[in-house]
Design a protein around this ligand. Sequence first.
Ligand SMILES: C=C(O[C@@H]1C=C(C(=O)O)C=C[C@H]1O)C(=O)O
Length: 410
Amino acid sequence: MTVAIFGQRCASYACAPADVAESAGGRVTPSPHSSTIAGSIVSRTAEDLGSAWTGRARYTNTWLIMGSSARSDDLASSRNEGSGQSTWHDRCAFTSYSSNTSSFHSSLISTARAATAAADGPGITALATLPPLPKGDGGGGGGGQRTEELLDESHTLTLDAIRDTLIRLEDSIIFNLIERAQYKLNRPTYDASITSVPPRNVCLLEFLLRETEQLHSRVRRYTSPDEHPFFPDAIERPVLPPLVYPKVLCPGAEAVNVNLAIWKMYLEWLLPQLAEEGDDRNYGSAATCDVMCLQALSRRIHYGKFVAEAKYREAMAEYDQLIYNKDREGIMKKLTMKAVEDAVVRRVELKARIFGQDILLSGAAAGSDNEPQKIDPEIVARLYRDGIMPLTKEVEVEYLLRRLDFPRTS
Ligand SMILES: C=C(O[C@@H]1C=C(C(=O)O)C=C[C@H]1O)C(=O)O
């Protein structure tokens, strides 16, 4: 899949083919065929999640933040083992975080940090780049097809170019949020005990996101360095020949995947603010919008890797020192641009206000200031200030901490 990075075709580090599909940031059920368990386990109870919605502590919840490495051929079998297992749904219980931003913020960051720390296990080298089938295999997987090389556009790795892309991604995020906001909260969409979809018996959203990722992986989506699966164990061998991406990011970038924190932010914090309480039975439509929102958020937040690389190249010596000293706080301080962040918040709030209006044929915006908007601009501002930007910076820090681990080959 040719993906727009920096507003053009993708320029990034080449993902070396490997014969394992590694997981980073998603829950993976250890399969009998699993080669390694590179995971760390975080246990917590449903009360921790503040499951006000269910009104009962339904499960002792074990989060396998980083799971086993399963051979791609084993994935199909491990997918079928799922009945009765606890799922991502276990993390879906809506909470009262919406009224307590700072406690949510710290929980979010620690989830992101734990996920990326766990991702440093052995062999986390290729999240989604599966080897092509041998020549002559006509059944897909790029058999017999030529590997395509993308042009090296690493010269577009300037902060200005990257910020332009981030601005464009704002539009995608806001429009997707507006789409989701037209439906009620529709809690059954996130409750595996109601919308229990076989064979894993998961909630509708988990089912749809997993299946979407699986399908998209077939057309190379997750071989692109700006795409990160929520369910790395679901990805399959592409039907297209591999693309070789120009080297922009360091190889350690592949281990940084904060999708678990993004999932948590979306389900536990954003959605209850965004969608009106209630049930309109549009579970499929709501879940489809959720998938779009999650993917847009994930792409924006993981773009932090490119931001970090650009910043690093502008001040290598200073960053080297901080990285060498593993000075996480120092790195965070150095890469934080308060004035840029304030401008981002102002801009997204304005965009949400404008995009959330109906436009009359006269060219004017319909309605008065008192009329309800399609989306509350304050929610979008808060989302950026307390969710998106902190997680983007977390990605930046995690990336930079790995920046010196690999000698550059170009
Ligand atoms: C993305 C950047 O890095 C940081 C993160 C920001 C963001 O996520 O929007 C904004 C400013 C910086 O604190 C940047 O400098 O543009």
